[in-house]
Design a protein around this ligand. Structure first.
Ligand SMILES: [Zn+2]
Length: 312
């Protein structure tokens, strides 16, 4: 018996925590309650405010262009680490990786590169990306091919910026956008650093409001797992809130206190338990991102370890 083994007998090794990881819940951008608070909606103070109300995640919205300075990004990152808040960055809306115009493609790559750089500056684990539009293509398939080409080029450039930050192409709400679940899965298979951003409201809107019941969640999670593997399913980033839709897809965001709009929180939380998933869940409920994120966190309940995620 080696001395190590005898130590094991006399002093049992500290057991791994038996608590299971739990999801992080947080907000996209700066909700009205944050703007009214003593922190006055100042983005670098978001971690302080979120921790005080009991949330764990913040998605910084660079949706109108990356304008945050390096210094402010570092300040936000330090605050997030001090308050135990997981950060993500939403890249600008102007990206269209499917464009046939070389100038638009170059600008899209620049927006993505700047977003990844910003994420690295603040220590965010993921950048959320809208892939682009079908417009100008004869079929959605050629738009998707074009996205794949642009994304390959972008990944080579971005590798030099920061190889740690994940990029999450998002399921998008309009049928004219590249962003069905199938399209997102094809994109995410391209490279190890690509993981899906599952925006369930967008999936719901694209499917003309097909209800998200247990079977629908199982369908989404099993398709992700089958196509990309368990690890990418576990790293998937999630957006969750109710939505109003029309024929063309998403119309506008709503909040859980409006029972006529789906998807609803209860079956989602049940699916997280059933699939043993602990993702970051960002709530985009209209003007109630914080209220509805807290509602989901309460529904999830239980005690556990905060999800160990890349970058922690
Ligand atoms: Zn988005």
């Amino acid at each position: 018996m080696t001395s190590d083994e005898s130590n094991l007998v006399s002093f049992p090794r500290k057991r791994e925590s038996s608590l299971k990881p739990v999801p992080r819940f947080g907000v996209a951008g700066n909700p009205p309650n944050f703007k009214k608070s003593a922190d006055r909606g100042e983005s670098t103070r978001a971690p302080h405010w979120l921790a005080a109300i009991g949330l764990d995640a913040y998605e910084y919205e660079a949706v109108h262009g990356v304008t945050m300075t390096d210094e402010r990004a570092r300040t936000l990152g330090e605050a997030a680490r001090a308050h135990g808040i997981v950060l993500s960055v939403h890249a600008p809306y102007y990206t269209n990786l499917a464009s046939l115009d070389p100038g638009t493609v170059a600008n899209s790559i620049r927006h993505l590169r700047q977003s990844v750089y910003l994420a690295a500056m603040m220590g965010a684990r993921v950048v959320v990306l809208h892939p682009g539009w079908h417009k100008g293509h004869t079929t959605p398939a050629t738009a998707l091919d074009r996205c794949l080409d642009t994304l390959s080029t972008a990944l080579v450039e971005i590798e030099e910026t920061d190889g740690e930050v994940l990029i999450a192409p998002e399921t998008c709400g309009l049928k004219a956008q590249v962003g069905s679940l199938d399209e997102i899965l094809v994109l995410c298979a391209l490279h190890p650093r690509l993981v899906p951003c599952l925006d369930f409201a967008h999936i719901h809107a694209r499917a003309n409001g097909r209800p998200f019941d247990d079977a629908a969640f199982d369908d989404v999670f099993s398709r992700v797992e089958r196509t990309l593997g368990r690890e990418k399913l576990e790293r998937a980033h999630i957006h969750y809130y109710p939505v109003e839709y029309a024929d063309r897809g998403e119309r506008c965001h709503h909040a859980f206190n409006e029972p006529e709009f789906g998807p609803r929180p209860e079956p989602f939380i049940a699916a997280l338990h059933r699939w043993n998933l602990a993702p970051t869940v960002i709530c985009e409920s209209r003007d109630k991102q914080d209220v509805d994120a807290l509602l989901m966190k309460r529904l999830y309940g239980g005690k556990g370890e905060k999800g160990k995620q890349k970058g922690e």
